[in-house]
Design a protein around this ligand. Structure first.
Ligand code: SF4
Length: 392
């Protein structure tokens, strides 16, 4: 496991130097990438968010990796699919990847890729998956996750990043049907990156995976064992690694080790770069000044589409100074077998996953629902002007 540090903000040459050093300290690429091979480079492009926000992989990291792949005579493909409800092409544009395309690097929107059926041997959450053929047929995958907090799994790191390859229908089912933590780990048993290179140049804390705060860490953390990488990243962030459920399941499945005594860290020691990251739950309470009696009931089944929609709507309400409207209110999202406990509070059910309980309160349809509809339901008006004001 390698940790490489630079000053922030680094220039393109600095980033390239860091990534090459991290790859070298992780054992290099020569035995992983054969001449003529097709290599998927998988960033985290969850949503259209500029690199300086820290929520998406810096395109310069992918560029450096693509160059190293090319130098071995292999063919790099930079590929990802944004979250449900997000347009990957828009993410390519806003996250700075269009510039790579114009320089001759190949980008693939995995939402539009043809899929093939892949069995999941020994799976308990999954039996089979329909995965993008281009990923399944690739000779190697290099995973390029972000270091950032996540409102559902505490931190979204290497193991969780592979969920981005799924078509939207499967992304939904991971939350609504399969149980996302275990399913993500099982996905990693059938698509195994040969190397993971984590972008922590500008990391992300608080309301991750999209609406948090950038953190200038100046780090690249890399390794061949994605579980060990997540473990070390968790320690850097001040998060007990065993609390990161996706990674915990991956360790159980034999995808790597969380045993710190077995992980050899080279480069900069963890102690020198450790910084406690603010968790999403802490940020939600602090940053949004939630009024008394407000409850946000997201369960494991609530996927990024509803989470992002609700959180960004709350942020918009705060910007407009209208958080008091949430007093004694509950917002519920995610498929559930039974309704939430009875309450006198005004209850808003968000997304088609909650449609079965719509008569128990108010309801916003959609999968994912539109932010403007969530906002209209909360405020009780079709306040489109307000919505327009709050958009980036
Ligand atoms: S309704 Fe919401 S939680 Fe359910 S699948 Fe759609 S986006 Fe995900």
């Amino acid at each position: 496991m390698a940790i490489v540090r630079t000053t922030v903000p680094p220039g393109e040459e600095d980033v390239d130097r860091m990534v090459r050093e991290a790859v070298r300290l992780s054992g290099g690429l020569k035995d992983l990438v054969a001449c003529g091979a097709t290599v998927i480079i998988k960033p985290n492009l969850v949503a259209p968010a500029a690199p300086e926000r820290g929520a998406t992989t810096d395109p310069r990291v992918c560029k450096s990796l693509a160059d190293q792949v090319r130098e071995l005579g292999a063919h790099p493909l930079i590929a990802d699919g944004s979250a449900i409800g997000e347009d990957t092409e828009e993410s390519f544009r806003v996250c700075g990847y269009d510039a790579l395309r114009s320089q001759g690097y190949e980008l693939i929107d995995l939402k539009k890729a043809g899929t093939v059926k892949v069995p999941v041997p020994g799976g308990t959450a999954l039996n089979e998956l329909h995965l993008p053929e281009v990923v399944v047929l690739a000779d190697a995958i290099i995973n390029v996750p972000k270091m950032k907090t996540h409102d559902q799994v505490l931190a979204t790191l290497a193991i969780k990043n592979m969920k981005g390859i799924l078509p939207d229908t499967l992304k939904k089912k991971f939350h609504t049907t399969f149980g996302v933590f275990r399913a993500v780990a099982e996905l990693n048993t059938v698509v195994k990156p040969v190397l993971s290179v984590m972008d922590a140049i500008i990391a992300h804390e608080g309301l991750g995976p999209v609406f948090g705060t950038p953190v200038e860490m100046g780090l690249i953390v890399a390794g061949r064992d994605p579980v060990a990488l997540d473990t070390i990243a968790g320690l850097v962030m001040g998060i007990e690694p065993t609390r990161i459920e996706t990674t915990g399941h991956a360790a159980e499945l034999g995808l790597g080790t969380m045993d710190i005594s077995m992980i050899d860290v080279v480069g900069v020691p963890v102690e020198q770069v450790r910084r406690r990251f603010k968790l999403a739950s802490e940020a939600l309470e602090e940053a949004l000044f939630l009024p008394p009696g407000f409850e946000l009931l997201f369960n494991e089944m609530a996927c990024t589409g509803c989470r992002n929609g609700v959180l960004s709507t709350l942020r918009d309400l705060e910007i407009e100074g209208r958080m008091d409207i949430l007093r004694d209110m509950r917002i519920v999202a995610g498929k559930m077998d039974a309704p939430p406990p009875a309450s006198d509070k005004r209850t808003l059910f968000v997304g088609v996953c909650t449609a079965g309980f719509r008569k128990l309160g108010e309801y916003v349809q959609g999968c994912p629902p539109n932010n403007v509809d969530i906002l209209s339901a909360i405020t009780g008006t079709s306040d489109h002007e307000f919505f327009a004001r709050t958009q980036e």
